[in-house]
Design a protein around this ligand. Structure first.
Ligand code: F6R
Length: 586
């Protein structure tokens, strides 16, 4: 999604805003802009591209003034053009806005404003908000009344920061994240603490339906009825500011390499919550597990391990689908929501549906200050540190470890897992990337790749396809092994590569047979297995381990393969085209 930022203080605003935007670039990165207020005038620069590219072209960070706003965009309304980039000035040029989210009634509002004589330069819904602010400010002559009137007129999900020519900042939140950073002599407004963590660790998580006005070195928080709702200041973990690549070429590579440690840390600070979750799951009549993208693949694995190891039935639900069948949720059930960011709109909507059915919500989440964590009854932190690369890597393996720990607890620790030994085996895979790098070279010019797995390895095939798609833009598809002859076999020929996920578990011989059938059609086979076979054109060895851990052992080399294939194809592994790290709109 887009990131928004605001600064009000004693320092020059524009370099601080550019730094914050750079750190939040994972949220959206097709265009960027900054506006500042100086001597009662709004100055603005923007352009298409990433923060550093645009900054070196137009020097965003040289705009004068101690108050300012900034934005990185992930296009929703309107193409990627300079005119559609934020900030957007109002027609009078006396107000500018940065906005994240979607205004549902923007067409209606736009027509009304056009009738009033306003004209629009961009295709965005955001420009409607800023002109509505101008219209309301001209009527009320007061920032507070202007915001109250404007939020009563717009419908949708949004967070915006508006800067007025007189140097006042106002920011409102409705179902999109907005955080106030409170420094010594300055204030920050941001979509993510990463926007200001370098300057202050005091954060106010603005509640939904609240807004803030910053003026004359003071701030005032109000709700959409104009009442004082109160607020709390949270000390944010500095660890979340620790988002540097270090010696790694990309965040994605760094995050893949952190996994030997993050699997040991997963759920480490949530022992009580894991125990509580296990008790609740044991006693529940109905259990649902939801997530989107990679987190949904974790939900599929949750179903498998709960049934296999503790004989508990759980239904995985793709978060974005639940709205079409909310009646499937039985009252008073357990609803497990998995999300790295805790801000995915689809997941939050699914949780709202579950709450209406009186479900108890267990959140498995990385960002403990996220909306999901605040909505949940039981919160289990992934504890894997910030994940900046847009493709989920370490958060996925941390989610799986937490699910294993819950299952272990339910089994009264009958299932034993030596995570320390396992971490060593992951280090071994990570320390030997040469073969994977060679295979990545082979993938450079291919257009299709299929990944085949059975049983618990099928969700890994799906996750592998997701990683390959996102990082390399190669068409990739996960295939359940048993379905091969029911259709996908028609696709196999000598132009195709197939990754066979084949650990020595109960799926081994059936999957080897599938590999043989595919090979007979001329396709190249990459085998991921702890047993070598001459059927594989390339063998990626994984350790022979406790079979519950195979999914993690399998996905780590595929993450590496996707990363190195991205380098071969010269795509940017950290920022895949058209994607954003946290999808806070539907
Ligand atoms: C895939 C990926 C996405 C996310 C999905 C859910 O690599 O990153 O598919 O997994 O958008 O995000 P969270 O887990 O933040 O809810």
């Amino acid at each position: 999604m887009c990131s928004i930022i605001g600064y009000y203080g004693k320092e020059n605003a524009s370099p601080i805003l550019v730094k914050g935007l750079k750190r939040m670039e994972y949220r959206g990165y097709d265009s960027v802009g900054v506006a500042t207020e100086s001597e009662n005038e709004i100055k603005l620069k923007k352009g298409i591209g990433k923060v550093n590219e645009v900054n070196s072209k137009v020097q965003l960070d040289t705009l004068p003034g101690k108050i300012g706003i900034g934005h990185t965009r992930w296009a929703t309304h309107g193409r990627v053009t300079e005119l559609n980039a934020h900030p957007h000035p109002s027609n009078s040029g006396k107000i500018a806005i940065v906005h994240n989210g979607i205004i549902e009634n923007f067409e209606e509002l736009k027509k009304e404003l056009e009738t009033d004589g306003y004209d629009f330069k961009s295709e965005t819904d955001s420009e409607v908000i800023v002109n509505l602010l101008q219209k309301n400010y001209e009527i009320t002559k007061d920032v507070k009344k202007t915001i109250l009137k404007t939020v009563s007129e717009i419908k949708g999900h949004y967070a915006f920061v508006a800067m007025f020519e007189n140097g006042q900042l106002a920011a409102a939140r409705f179902h999109e994240p907005l955080i106030i950073g409170v420094g010594q002599d300055d204030f920050f407004l941001s979509s993510d603490v990463l926007g200001f963590i370098e300057f202050t660790d005091n954060a106010i998580y603005l509640e939904n339906g609240n807004f803030v006005i910053i003026d004359k070195d003071k701030f005032q928080v109000l709700d959409f009825d104009g009442n004082n709702p109160g607020y709390g200041i949270t000390k944010v973990s500095k660890e979340f500011g620790d988002a540097y690549k270090g010696d790694y070429a990309h965040f994605t590579l760094k995050e893949i390499y952190e996994q030997n440690e993050t699997i040991l840390k997963a759920g480490e600070k949530a022992i009580d919550a894991i125990e509580k979750a296990a008790e609740n799951i044991k006693d529940a009549q109905n259990i649902y597990v939801t997530g989107s993208g990679t987190s949904y693949n974790s939900a599929l694995i949750a179903k498998q391990i709960l049934s296999k190891y503790v004989k508990i039935k759980a239904e995985p639900i793709m978060s974005s689908e639940l709205q079409f069948s909310p009646e499937t949720i039985e009252e008073n059930s357990i609803f497990i929501a998995i999300s790295q960011s805790g801000e995915s709109a689809d997941v939050l909507d699914a949780v709202r549906i579950a709450k209406k059915a009186n479900c108890r919500i267990i959140a498995i989440v990385n960002l403990l200050t996220s909306s999901l964590a605040r909505e949940a009854d039981i919160v289990i932190g992934m504890n894997c540190g910030p994940e900046i690369g847009v493709a989920a890597t370490k958060s996925f393996t941390s989610q799986l470890v937490i699910l294993y720990k819950i299952v272990q607890k339910i089994s009264n620790n009958e299932i034993t897992i030596d995570f320390k030994e396992f971490s060593k085996s992951i280090s071994k895979t990570l320390d030997n990337p040469t073969k994977i790098q060679q295979i990545a070279k082979e993938l450079k010019d291919i257009s299709d790749i299929y990944i085949l797995g059975r049983g618990i390895n099928y969700p890994i095939a799906k996750e592998a396809a997701l990683k390959l798609k996102e990082l390399t833009y190669i068409h990739a598809e996960g295939i359940p092994g048993g379905e091969l002859k029911h259709g996908p076999l028609a696709l196999m020929d000598s132009n195709v590569y197939v990754i066979i996920i084949n650990p020595s578990d109960s799926t081994y011989s059936d999957t080897l047979t599938s590999a043989r059938e595919i090979k007979a059609r001329g396709a190249k086979i990459i085998g991921i297995s702890d047993i070598e076979s001459n059927i594989y054109d390339y063998w990626i060895e994984i350790p022979k381990i406790n079979e519950v851990l195979y999914p993690i052992s399998e996905i780590v080399p595929i993450q590496l393969l996707s990363y190195y294939a991205a380098l071969e194809k010269e795509t940017d592994p950290d920022y895949p085209r058209n994607l954003a790290k946290s999808v806070t709109v539907k």
